[in-house]
Design a protein around this ligand. Structure first.
Ligand code: FES
Ligand code: FES
Length: 158
């Protein structure tokens, strides 16, 4: 099958039941997407499919064929971090950082829908993401900072 990942068309020969997470990590070596629970309950494996935050561990790779898949590796522009990544760094919104790619991908999806999300929208978008290190307060701060950075970047383009 052919997968469109981070703007590149990639050919993979895999069983129909293989999860998208497994294909990304083991066939395409995109290991930024993490394996946590494997059951859709922790958010570590979150990627964007056509802009929607999606648990890749419970998504068959075949169902993502022909759709635009974005992993955390696809966010930065060369050496320049995506504003959401920059905000997580600025707020040190992690300890071990295992959960961070998943939180970042859901934040990117959230801010594309709600450029200035309220607490309720943020909590709803990030519910189901687990941070074993308990960095939740800093993660919420990073979402607010990311919204500000994106707003500033848009203002500079006007
Ligand atoms: S590994 Fe996919 S939700 Fe936990
Ligand atoms: S920073 Fe360690 S799991 Fe979240």
């Amino acid at each position: 099958m052919r997968l469109l990942v981070n703007g590149e068309s990639r050919e993979v020969a895999v069983d129909a039941e293989r999860s998208l997470l497994s294909v990304l990590r083991h066939e395409l070596e995109l290991t930024g997407t993490k394996y946590g629970c494997g059951e859709g309950n922790c958010g570590a494996c979150t990627v964007l499919i056509d802009g929607e935050a999606t648990r890749s561990c419970t998504t068959p790779a075949v169902s993502a064929a022909g759709r635009a898949i974005t992993t955390v590796e696809g966010l930065a522009d060369g050496d320049v971090l995506h504003p959401v990544q920059a905000a997580f760094v600025e707020e040190t919104a992690f300890q071990c950082a295992y959960c961070t790619p998943g939180f970042i991908m859901s934040t990117v999806a959230l801010l594309s829908r709600y450029p200035s999300p309220g607490e309720d929208e943020t909590r709803a978008a990030l519910s189901g993401h687990i941070c074993r290190c308990g960095a939740y307060v800093r993660i919420l701060r990073a979402v607010r900072t990311a919204a500000e950075l994106l707003d500033r970047a848009k203002a500079e383009q006007r």
